[in-house]
Design a binder for this molecule. Sequence first.
Ligand code: RNT
Ligand code: ZN
Length: 419
Amino acid sequence: MNKEHITTAYQHAKGVFAELGVDTDKALQQLNATPISVHCWQGDDVKGFESPDVALSGGIQATGNYPGAATTPDQLRADMEKAFSLIPGKKRVNLHAIYLDSDEKVERDEIKPEHFTRWVEWAKQQGLGLDFNPTLFSHPKADDGLTLSHPDEDIRNFWIKHVKASRKISEYFGRELGSPSFMNIWIPDGMKDQPVDRLLPRQRLADSLDKALSEKIDPAFHKDAVESKLFGIGAEAYTVGSNEFYLAYAATRGTALCLDAGHFHPTEMISDKISACSIYVQDLLLHVTRPVRWDSDHVVSFDDETQAIMREIVRNDLLNRVAIGLDFFDASINRIAAWVIGTRNAQKALLKALLEPTAKLKAAETTFDFTTRLALTEESHSLPWAAVWDYYCTQNHVPVGFDWMHDVKDYEATVNQVR
Ligand code: RNT
Ligand code: ZN
């Protein structure tokens, strides 16, 4: 696209927004300062590098067999670099424990910072922050569908050790890279059919978490987060770590709370949970994703809920208390394109929220002028926010519009297809 046209369109948009009391330059500064934590696991269908024959378990699934997935840490990093060259703004990379970069086999409870040094070196070189997750699935000790809530104390202790070891790695990321690493704990624990005892596994989970998180770590380097879920495949009737469980856990223990957009009833939206949770929980972490009928982890779309999530963050001035992460894994399309589409959509939604005439809308609401509130809400959807986005892309030296797809196709032909 012609650069001059983009600048002219931006100048026009700037004027339109200024009339509504919105400063587009300020919105772009805020957008540019807000990192999106991009999950590494879209690049290889949540397989990791422990061993080529580990099957994904825990009630999550990446379906599809699109060719060219990364099978080594170097390939995954190269693929992410390609994706990041097409995504503007600040990025972080979210790793799982199974993505260790080690020459020998290491058990989950033995992982150490040294198994992630290559990731840290790369992050430094690329100017990225890192986040982390212990991996409590795809492992023989998770085969019963229970981990931290397992009735067997040895199994619980194994996973407690794994979480403790993971916190050290997360702390190491934060120390090395100068910004706190969010370490998110999601466990698959649940049951396919109606449990008789719903309480005891939850008591065991609370106890295991307390033990695993007992060591104080400087929040300048590391923050713990906990993620709830309504159900999983094979855990349809009961999940131990339900929403109530983790909301109360985070509020009483002072951890962050992770809200995944796909982990609730189909009509229940996380956008409405952000404000309520923010009163009781200091830090929130989001897994922005697109549920389709169930926790299906589709690529983030520029849909109503993604926009609503970003509006809630901006309207309530929560940008410094809500960490935005992505969580999807689609193996049926080009995986680099999946990252680019999903991340750019999250950023577009955030930009649109930053450009909303919020002050005017709030004024209408406070004076009970709900007609103006609705009229302005609806008109603001068609304000020229896309011209601001295009300008932002040129400023950040990434392709405007659909142009990025050529790069992905080239890379697919020269790199992905010859793997
Ligand atoms: C699973 C959770 C969890 C995982 C990742 C891989 O339902 O959403 O966040 O997707 O940890
Ligand atoms: Zn998630």
